[in-house]
Design a protein around this ligand. Sequence first.
Ligand code: SF4
Ligand code: SF4
Length: 399
Amino acid sequence: MQNNDIDFQPNDIVKTCKYLEKGLCFQLWGLQCCCHGSKSSPVIVSTEEINNGSVSYDLIVQRKKDLFLGINGKKNIDLGGCKGCSHLIEKKYKDVHFDYIGGEYLPGAFNIQHYTSCNEKCVYCPYAQENKFEIPQYDILQIWELFRKKRKLKGNNWIDFSGGEPAILKNFNEIIDYIYKNKMGFTVVFSNATIFSQSIYDKLRCNKIALTTSIDTGIKSKYAEIKGVDKYSNVISNLVQYRNSGTKKLWIKYVITDCNQTEDDMWSFIMAMLAIRPNKIQISPEFPYGDKQISVETVKYAAKLWYNLEMYCGKIVEDGVSAHGDIKIVQYHKQLKKEFDLLKTKRPMKKDLRLKQFNNNPSLILQFLKYANNRIPNNKIWNSIRYYAGKILTSWGIY
Ligand code: SF4
Ligand code: SF4
């Protein structure tokens, strides 16, 4: 790191963090280095500074350095969540860099949530419940451009595109195209799938993005109760279209709230998953903001849902909570594992209960393979056709 004002020697050991050096999160209130669930860096450049024209490449780099100096006791500034953060590591001062952003596959190192507007009103969404839906507060492409023009915007990133509902943004396609034109990396789009996006479909088709959609039940009326809008049928038809893209990156989420912990919710959801065949299913309790706790009933329901989903859909279920440092979440993970193991001990999983036939209508290829294996003689061309047909079926999990 080049900065003559700072009295560190090149080999001095300093505290830093990958997000501090390479991350950039677009929040309503400005730019942050990270925005993890319960811990995040302070704002380094405010929305006001972006909109009044003060923001520049040099300003962002300088503010990151200021935060670094604060963490290392050289400057008296607000450290926000950086104080005592578990992501801090020690390394030599000469290896610390703030001149570029990106370049590492860090979960959420680029995070797009500079707006909160949405066409749903989920019971567990703080923005919806507090009526704080806001349109985009600034142009995020303008910020990335500051770095790109100086060749300081690196690729190989993990980008979270949430909000709000991304698909209703006027420049949603433009942002997605910018990411891929500049080879910035892999994007997880958090969309409620109430409206179909051709851009999402096209990028899913070539596995350039992952789509995460929370359904939280398989009952239409319950969906309307949780989401505040009666859009279940739209969501299902859009998900079926996204499934038909042939993607390997369709992820569905179940957020457990107080009102979707019945057997009907669970089994209707399992049936929907057997039909849609997501590549991942994420289970998460409603986030325990402030005084809110995760109840014992919620943990038991999460374990039962996980157990049954894994039994019928296979090992595609995973934890949907990322705030691992939060004590309530640590506790939740511990109890969840205990309950899950208890269920498995009582009733061991049977592999033959797992549904094997995937979508993508494989019957023609399957018939061809059987025919080819029995009748067509071995030669180079037919062997490679057989090989690739087998590969396709294997990727669908059926051969
Ligand atoms: S809050 Fe933690 S992860 Fe985020 S920039 Fe600060 S030290 Fe890094
Ligand atoms: S879909 Fe997402 S942004 Fe919209 S109300 Fe629900 S949680 Fe909030």
